[in-house]
Design a binder for this molecule. Sequence first.
Ligand code: NAD
Length: 463
Amino acid sequence: MTIDGRRVSGTDRDEVVNPASGEIFATAPRCSKAEFEAAMAAASGAFRSWRRDEGLRRAALLRAAEIITAHVDELARLVTLEQGKTLANATREVNGAAARFRYTAGLDIPTDIVHDQDAVRVEVGRSPYGVVAAITPWNYPVIVAAGKIAGPVRAGNTVVLKPSPFTPLATLRLGELLQVAFPPGVVNVISGGDELGKSMVTHPVVRKISFTGSTEAGKHILAASVPDLKRVTLELGGNDAAIVLGDVDPAAIALKLFWGAFQNSGQVCTAIKRVYVHERVYAPLAQALTDLARTVRLGDGLDPASELGPVSTEPQLRRVEELVADAKAAGGRIRVGGGRVGARGYFFQPTVVEELSDDSRLVAEEQFGPVLPLLPFTDVEDAIDRANATPYGLSGSVWSASVERARAIAGELDCGTVWINQHLVVVSASPIAGHKWSGLGIENGNLGLLELTQVQTVTLPRS
Ligand code: NAD
């Protein structure tokens, strides 16, 4: 761990499993109470001077980007080992983390003059909160951590960050590497399980919580924030729909649609979780997706031939198996896939399911795995209603030969991100702002940066 600029090995350890083998390959520190208090004290102590010099902060973020870029291979390998995704995808993730620091360095935090007449001038500025508790999930450990460090520290806050106990290693290494860029105490990275997360969100020095993870944990965190009125940003789960209109060329969109759903073995908050397909193109599109699922190369992420890695954790594999069993019991037809591959590791065949109703579990819940339900429609109004009929509202996509038509439908989807004729195309400037159960507040982009500040109105005499 990294606490107050120092390496801390801890005494207790948690095991880390490689999902490609199912075997323990490393251990990570389990943060003790004393280490936890030291991290909070360090972040609190560093805040006073860190908030003062914006130029220094911009420079530190640029330096952080350079350091990550210089260690891409090392960090990407750790991500693949602990999380399972292919090395190519892990490399993209780590490069994306560097890009996030670079982009955030260049953002401006405005001061607005809202009144400037007679004897009075009123400036509306932004100040940092203080200590930010940042908690991350296991699906994109490095890029999510990068977002949760870059934004807060750019705004003048200090951070105590905890990765998921399933994927602590790349994040711990990131925290260590970043010490070259930041003064001691500005970026602290500790590791441990859900209990450590619970201690973080109730700690008295924390003024802001930045959480990415499941909706269930997000609700607990919001409730836990109430007694101290801590500010909270939540990026949570989704059940994202793609709507495919009858005017598309199925052969032209199938590959993009496939990777929109199966990227990172479906373990992307904003991945396509269900596809509504116009009946006119249903048969050829279903066949094209089935063919892709059958031919995609599943394997250890470290093997350059692999296109898709395993499911990341054993509990997640169990959940995927359970949802597929439920889909079969509910009358679903498995077009391709449907089960585990081999006895070693957490590999699950890319699976396409049809003939399910919207209230079956695979359609109604967030599967977060390589299993995709296809649902035909005849009337697009019906497809929009069905896409919106979920407590989630993270993202969605619309696919059509007419971008204009798709753009109009996008406006009717109740979700924070909509893609047209693509899915999962993410740039650093894009804010994430889940609707309904998918989140609270905004992360990333300039709006996300402003969420890491609080408004301060200063009224001055005019000279
Ligand atoms: P999770 O909620 O189980 O755990 C996430 C993190 O929170 C871990 O570090 C965990 O230790 C910690 N935690 C768990 N319970 C806590 C509590 N009560 N208080 C404080 N900390 C707690 O989620 P996960 O299984 O790691 O991740 C998968 C979920 O994350 C999916 O639902 C996915 O959609 C979501 N996700 C959302 C986004 C987004 O931007 N919206 C991005 C990635 C993942």
